[in-house]
Design a protein around this ligand. Structure first.
Ligand code: AMP
Length: 290
């Protein structure tokens, strides 16, 4: 595995692979890797000749009061995990290399960047869209893999790629969970044992919604009410949002006509966790391409 620390090194490595006619996949991450990230590496491997992963904790997507400084970092461990997965290129730039000056150009995906987490984390999706646009420009991948776990992020990136005609195929991978249903996240490491024990309530709330939907309920009101009840029963948990939206536009839905995204965010102590469920999707839709 080649570790590329600068934008120039990464460009040169990507160019060399593409000149050999290789199809290159990119898996962007912020490190602190877990099985969810590794599932995306495998998805990328199935669809490309060579896989590039990036590790960059992007300051632009954190607000001043968020966890940028304490975000978990363990480069040697991450590097070994990616090496074991047979990743060809690891792009791990410094903040100074990615942002030699404060960027004057920022990517806002109107409407989408204010939905779901964008409402409680203003500027977050603008930071995500901007860094992903930069990564696409630097790495020039043929395809890029993202997790369905961050469903709003996926919608923002798909829309950005369409609007800006960025020549990259977006591939989504399904949510990877712990045995008790908790969606894997680098931020789970922040949870105290008591908070960790309470965290699967998010998944249970989504399962309630799924069960009611499978019984034939299509109105968002009763579905949301059923989903929020297990969360209200959990005193350690503070709900941020529980919404049923269109998976592409992220606009609220009164009724589920075909596909819908059920998205939840909640605080356990100071840690904010998210989870979601796609309803009405065909099997395998989470892997649908752009
Ligand atoms: P992060 O390092 O948290 O920025 O995540 C990097 C990529 O991994 C994003 O595309 C995430 O959606 C994806 N990801 C994070 N957690 C999971 C998970 N539990 N299952 C699948 N993909 C995930």
């Amino acid at each position: 595995m080649h570790v590329l620390k600068t934008v120039e090194e990464m460009r040169a490595a990507s160019r060399a692979l593409r000149q050999l006619g290789q199809r290159l996949a990119l898996v962007p991450t912020m490190g602190a890797l877990h099985a969810g990230h590794l599932s995306l590496i495998r998805l990328a491997r199935e669809r490309a000749d060579a896989v590039a992963a990036s590790i960059f904790v992007n300051p632009l997507q954190f607000s001043p009061e968020e966890d940028l400084l304490r975000y978990p970092r363990n480069f040697p461990r991450d590097r070994d995990l990616l090496e074991n997965e047979g990743v060809e290129l690891l792009f791990a730039p410094s903040v100074e290399d990615m942002y030699p000056e404060p960027p004057a150009t920022l990517v806002t995906v109107e409407g989408l960047t204010e939905a779901l987490c964008g409402r409680s984390r203003p500027g977050h999706f603008r930071g995500v869209a901007t860094v992903v646009a930069k990564l696409f420009a630097i790495v020039a991948p043929d395809l890029a893999c993202f997790g369905q776990k961050d469903a709003a992020q996926l919608a923002v990136i798909r829309r950005m790629v369409r609007d800006l005609d960025i020549p990259v195929e977006i591939v989504a991978g399904p949510i990877v969970r712990e045995a008790d249903g908790l969606a894997m996240s680098s931020r789970n490491a922040y949870l105290t044992p008591q908070e960790r024990a309470a965290a699967p309530a998010l998944f249970r709330s989504l399962e309630r919604v799924r069960a009611l939907y499978e019984d034939g309920e299509r109105r968002s009101g009763p579905l949301v009410a059923a989903g929020t009840r297990p969360l209200e029963e959990e005193p350690r948990l503070r709900l941020d949002y529980f919404e049923i939206v269109d998976p592409d536009s992220l606009l609220a839905r009164e009724r589920i006509e075909d596909r819908a995204l059920v998205a939840v965010a909640a605080f356990l102590g100071t840690t904010r966790l998210i989870d979601n469920l796609l309803l009405g999707a065909q099997p395998g839709l989470a892997r649908e391409t752009n």
